[in-house]
Design a protein around this ligand. Structure first.
Ligand SMILES: [Zn+2]
Length: 319
């Protein structure tokens, strides 16, 4: 992801339509004809069965493949691992292949999509990126800046939470349709032209995968977790974004800070641009961002659990 201070005008226009859509999504959840809500008690049970240690093992497993930039053997191995894991928990798991040409190279990319719960109706998207950055361009040591990053936090953390949630979704069918999408090619390029490749492709080819609203997880494994409100999410859909952070407060999840943070270009922006309300849950204070120090020891199971608790609440109790 990348930090930007100003919104493009086109984005602002699209954001207005996004705001309208979230109002209807909220309204739907209050509709007595909508899918019945399950009890708070059930949410607590679902939260209680989030196995933070198992999620952390999934984070570590991804890192054991090594850096996972597109085109590398580790990228292909990781794709196979994630696809196989999701197949254990969802009947409908698909690769969404797409090619991307840049600088004379053709990248073979794959988003990984999985569907849970009802096959139609209100649809919640949960997303993270599974690729890692090919170069540690923020590393303080110049000799490291062309090396690929391990991406324990920047990549593996969001995927780890979603894979553990996939297990819970299998055991506790959700009262709404939930789709998990693992984006490829998020962190590929040196410029934003060559980033968010998978999410841009997904946003332009939604078809039956079109969600009503969604949550993006990125860099949520930091031991020292701090998650202010991401500004693009808030500018696009204030009501929706505030509902999410208010829920975090009501659940007592202290790392979620009730203040506006930076605007961060990330995989949620292509979806916002096509009118889908999205929040980006991201800790952008991570000191090891885009360095070779983004390693497992900087992350913690507890941080994964904090974020998962909020996501499970949205899954099972709605907005
Ligand atoms: Zn990154």
């Amino acid at each position: 992801m990348k930090k930007y201070r100003w919104l493009p005008i086109l984005l602002i226009i699209n954001l207005c339509f996004g705001g309208l859509r979230v109002a209807s999504a909220v309204q739907d959840s209050n509709n007595p004809n909508a899918a019945p809500k399950i009890s708070k008690r059930t949410i607590r049970q679902a939260g209680a069965i989030f196995d933070a240690q198992r999620a952390f093992e999934i984070l570590k497993k991804q890192c054991e493949f090594g850096p996972r930039p597109p085109g590398s053997p580790a990228h292909r191995e990781t794709q196979n691992y994630l696809f196989t894991e999701l197949k254990k928990y969802a009947d409908n798991v698909q690769l969404q292949p797409h090619q991307y040409k840049t600088n004379g190279i053709t990248l073979q990319l794959n988003n990984i999509l999985a569907e849970f719960g009802q096959s139609s109706g209100e649809t919640l998207l949960l997303a993270a990126h599974w690729d890692t950055r090919p170069f540690a361009d923020r590393d303080p040591k110049q000799e490291n800046q062309d090396k690929p990053i391990l991406g324990a936090n920047d990549g593996a953390s969001g995927v780890a939470v979603l894979l553990e949630i996939a297990r819970i979704l299998k055991q506790n069918p959700p009262p709404r349709r939930v789709i998990i999408v693992l984006f490829d090619g998020e962190d590929y390029g040196r410029s934003v032209d060559n980033m968010f490749i998978g999410s841009r492709f997904f946003a332009q080819n939604l078809g039956k995968w079109r969600p009503d609203y969604g949550i993006l997880l990125d860099m949520i494994g930091d031991k020292d977790l701090s998650i202010p409100i991401e500004r693009y999410s808030w500018e696009a859909n204030r009501e929706f974004t505030e509902l999410i952070w208010n829920r975090a407060a009501s659940l007592g999840l202290e790392p979620f800070q009730q203040r506006l943070g930076a605007a961060i270009l990330d995989d949620h922006v292509p979806l916002i641009r096509v009118g889908i309300p999205m929040v980006n849950i991201i800790d952008f204070t991570y000191p090891y961002w885009h360095t070779v120090e983004d390693t497992v020891d900087k992350c913690s199971p507890k941080s994964l659990e904090v974020v998962a608790t909020l996501v499970l609440s949205i899954i099972y109790d709605g907005l």
